[in-house]
Design a protein around this ligand. Structure first.
Ligand SMILES: Cc1cc2nc3c(=O)[nH]c(=O)nc-3n(C[C@H](O)[C@H](O)[C@H](O)COP(=O)(O)OP(=O)(O)OC[C@H]3O[C@@H](n4cnc5c(N)ncnc54)[C@H](O)[C@@H]3O)c2cc1C
Length: 475
């Protein structure tokens, strides 16, 4: 007889594993099937995020930023250090240790919550039966009252620059390099391309980032994007906009990249090339025929706003469905469906999904950009406060960038907050909460913020929206 569960989740990434844990918290029997295999052959829960995405990239960003600051910044503090060097093997070992602790942590959480974690490939058959193929080739079926599909995404491969994983790399390859290439090319100036480019630039690579779009961070608030571009260029990232790659040829130890820009055909020779042009939904061998679960033309599993597919009791969440491909968005969807399955209230506020790029300075946003608000025709006001006016940022030697708050003129509702500056990724949490509670700029203005903290910049931006900033000049 097949094992039966109230909820079976296929995929143990940041969307799937929270769904399984919340289902168990709700008193349901839950299993989570995952097939992730690391390059050393070991199995791990946590999906792309923990194994090859959010966590390893942040570990490398932290080490390399520290290295950069020790070299460039410590003399400003009067701290003299000599013989500074960095050992990439140690840095990679630290990263691997963090990843292992985090992925082992998911297995421990499953155990504590009573979730059955299963290693293997899951395929949805008819009538909510799931076939599990274990790595040893054995097969078994599970029966589920409810199924949650959380199969994630995979890097997009360019026909003009196919991965060979030696010279032409995907983002995972680029996190695993044993040494800094002398010349590194990156295709795509999105979050992943900028973060990976920053890591290897700080370790000494000459980094050229080719971006097909003419605008930098085209979907971001453009005032924010312009400020970020200025800082990133100053760090030596050679970001070329409007540059469409037409081909990449590996010749010996180098890659010849052909691209077209406003001036015509160009070539660039690099030692390694990272293709970071986005990710596509992943659903290989996930659905047998006749399940009734539909994919859209781009391969995303079709769902409604509650992540329900067309088949009752079958849900899909995370990167394999519409919406931003972000770990926290998937996590909230996982929690929502597990609550809905248990007959509880569940909802995701898609208007309050923060996005963060972990460069230095960090770039963080939530809500509408000024361009979007302008296009909507709703009268609005803007407060912008530079970190130069923030004492903590000065003390941190990180007085770069600004906090920007956009609020409606009619009812003062906060519509968007955009921050480029130190710890912007942490500061944005206050703005997310403000949007979640439909706060007005006056609500933030009247909220006390500890001094001296970076969070005062958000407070002052709210005040500046009404030209009442105390610590910055109102414009
Ligand atoms: C370099 C990089 C940096 C990133 N940084 C950030 C960041 O800072 N912040 C952020 O929010 N997001 C970041 N992301 C994006 C983030 O990793 C994804 O949005 C997130 O992992 C999506 O979660 P998921 O659970 O939907 O899918 P995944 O994390 O891809 O997990 C899906 C899991 O399902 C398994 N699976 C698939 N099909 C099956 C099957 N049939 N049977 C069994 N198992 C299956 C896969 O092996 C995988 O383990 C980054 C991504 C990359 C590549």
């Amino acid at each position: 007889m097949a094992d039966a569960f109230d909820v079976v989740v296929i995929g143990g990434g940041p969307a799937g594993y929270p769904a399984a844990i919340r289902a168990a918290q709700n008193g349901l029997s839950a299993a989570c099937i995952d097939e992730w295999k690391n390059r050393d052959g070991t199995f791990a829960f946590g999906g792309t995020c923990l194994n090859a995405g959010c966590i390893p990239s942040k570990a490398l960003l932290e080490s390399t930023e520290l290295y950069h600051r020790v070299r460039e910044e410590l003399p400003t503090h009067g701290i003299r250090v000599s013989d500074i060097s960095i050992d990439v093997a140690t840095l990679q070992k630290r990263k691997a240790g963090i990843v292992r602790k985090m992925t082992d942590g998911v297995a421990a959480l499953f155990k504590a919550a009573g979730v059955t974690g299963i290693q293997g490939h899951g395929r949805l058959l008819l009538d909510k039966r799931i076939e599990v193929s274990a790595p040893d080739g054995s097969r078994r079926d599970l029966l589920a009252k409810n199924v949650v599909l959380a199969s994630g995404s995979a890097p997009i491969e360019l026909k003009s620059a196919p991965f060979d994983h030696q010279r032409i790399l995907d983002s995972w390859d680029a996190l695993e390099l044993a040494s800094a290439p002398k010349r590194l090319g990156v295709i795509g100036a999105g979050a992943i391309g900028l973060e990976l480019g920053s890591v290897w630039r700080r370790l000494g690579s000459e980094v050229v980032i080719l971006e097909a779009l003419p605008d930098f961070l085209a979907t971001c608030d453009q005032q924010l994007a312009r400020e970020a571009l200025r800082h990133l260029k100053r760090q030596g990232l050679d970001i070329r906009l409007g540059a469409t790659v037409t081909g990449a040829k590996v010749a010996g130890d180098t890659v010849a990249v052909a691209y077209r820009d406003a001036k015509g055909e160009q070539t660039l020779t690099v030692d390694q090339l990272v293709v970071a042009v986005g990710r596509r939904p992943y659903s290989r061998e996930l659905l047998s025929s006749g399940t009734g679960v539909e994919l859209d033309e781009r391969g995303f599993i079709k769902v409604d706003e509650h992540c329900r597919t067309a088949v009752p009791g079958i849900y899909a969440i995370g990167d394999c469905v519409r919406g931003p491909m972000l770990a926290h968005k998937g996590k909230e969807e996982g929690v929502m469906v597990a609550d809905l399955i248990a007959g509880r209230f569940g909802e995701v506020n898609y208007k309050a999904v923060p996005s963060v790029i972990y460069t230095a300075p960090e770039i963080a946003s939530v809500g509408a950009t000024e361009e979007q608000v302008k296009a909507s025709g709703r009268p609005y006001k803007v407060g912008v406060v530079p970190f130069l006016a923030n004492g903590r940022a000065r003390a941190l030697e990180a007085a770069q960038g600004f906090a920007k708050l956009i609020a409606a003129r009619d009812d003062d509702e906060i519509l968007g907050v955009h921050i480029v500056g130190p710890f912007a990724g942490e500061l944005i949490a206050e703005a997310v909460l403000a949007l979640e509670y439909a706060a007005s700029s006056e609500d933030l203005q009247r909220t006390m913020h500890a001094h001296p903290t970076l969070s005062e910049a958000v407070h002052e931006a709210a005040l500046a929206a009404d030209k009442r900033s105390i610590d910055a000049i109102n414009r």
